[in-house]
Design a protein around this ligand. Structure first.
Ligand code: NAD
Length: 323
């Protein structure tokens, strides 16, 4: 049996757990979550999820110290601050395949230390930016191969520009097949407490450009409305306006022709089982491979820390509280 360790069974962790019930593999799942209420909720969802795949063994634990088995696969669904310590502990448990939630690390020194550790332990890791798994974006990536991408934009309100920037940078990198970029946070006008305690959010604009293009912009305003945003992709031949919330994409051709198609982003509870099965059978998966994701995290986390430190006190960890 493959031993899978889920660290953190909060809002997202419990969805990873729910999905694991549908893995085709006979998993032995260890869940580590310090809060009893979160453990109970995760257990309830797991029990209530129907599945016609092989039986899974699941056990719940308060802390990583309670795990005395060699672990094969880890899913780390804890908040970003503290992830490096968890990485050290799970690597010591023998884990060779790791799925890390985004934001993977919120300090550049942590990114560097984690990169050394992953290599030292000969482990494989991926960061969960799941738009890369969506058939709609996979198809769009193929379509975009035949025309030059000029610009990416995400414009909206209340969409959590600090904690979600890495999702969009990852998507742009995936679509443009590029990883080197320059970013500016000069037009971020406000840094406000996030809804999540001890974390922050950015409002205003983030601009950037990949090496020899395309350029990109994230623009997020605060308002009394719900979360709302649209992704716009401009190429030489056409423009795509993607509304993930409504689940549609408008394609506007240069000759004025228009087409609207629908799509949906699968829930995490529909994704994790497939990722685990792929890792077990092929030692790979469709998420962003660790070193590529670190190349995408580095410029953003570095600039986000500089901005944060310019308005607050510097900290020795060089940590910007985003997750
Ligand atoms: N990939 C995505 O699309 C996506 C979506 C939502 C959230 N996230 C990310 O997932 C992470 C978790 O988000 P969430 O909304 O589930 O948060 P959450 O606060 O609901 O859950 C985090 C859980 O981790 C637990 N935890 C903290 N430290 C721990 C430790 N040392 N050992 C074991 N458990 C520990 C907490 O008790 C909590 O229950 C964040 O980094 C967030 O940004 C990613």
């Amino acid at each position: 049996m493959i031993n899978v360790l889920l660290v953190g069974a909060g809002n997202l962790g419990r969805r990873h757990l729910q999905s694991m019930k549908n893995s085709v593999e006979p998993l032995n799942i260890f869940v580590v979550e310090p809060f009893e209420a979160a453990r109970e909720q995760a257990e309830k969802i797991f029990r209530e999820t129907k599945s016609d795949t092989v039986e899974k063994v699941v056990s719940f634990h308060r802390s990583l110290e309670k795990i005395d088995r060699t672990i094969d696969i880890v899913i780390d669904a804890t908040p970003a601050s503290g992830r490096l310590d968890i990485l050290k502990q799970v690597l010591a448990l023998g884990a060779k395949d790791l799925l890390l939630e985004k934001v993977a690390f919120n300090a550049v020194p942590d990114i560097e230390e984690a990169s050394v550790l992953i290599e030292k332990y000969n482990a494989r890791a991926w960061v969960n930016c799941p738009r890369r798994l969506n058939p709609f974006y996979i198809q769009l990536r193929e379509t975009l191969e035949s025309s030059k991408i000029e610009r990416f934009e995400v414009v909206g309100e209340n969409f959590g520009m600090a904690c979600n920037a890495i999702h969009f940078i990852d998507l742009f990198a995936f679509l443009a097949k590029k990883a080197n970029y320059h970013i500016s946070l000069d037009k971020v006008s406000e840094i406000l407490p996030s809804k999540r305690n001890n974390y922050i959010e950015f409002f205003g604009e983030i601009t950037g450009t990949f090496e020899s293009g395309p350029e990109f912009e994230l623009a997020c305003q605060q308002s009394s409305n719900e979360v709302g945003f649209k992704i716009r992709i401009v190429t030489l031949d056409e423009e795509y306006v993607i509304d993930e919330i409504a689940g549609n994409v408008e394609i506007i051709k240069k000759d004025g022709g228009k087409e609207v198609n629908s799509f949906r982003q699968p829930y995490q509870s529909e994704l994790t089982a497939g990722l685990i099965d792929e890792i077990i059978s092929k030692q790979m998966c469709g998420l962003t491979e660790f070193s590529e994701s670190m190349a995408l995290h580095r410029p953003f986390i570095s600039e986000a820390y500089s901005l944060y430190a310019s308005k607050n006190e510097k900290n020795s960890l060089k940590m910007v509280p985003i997750t």
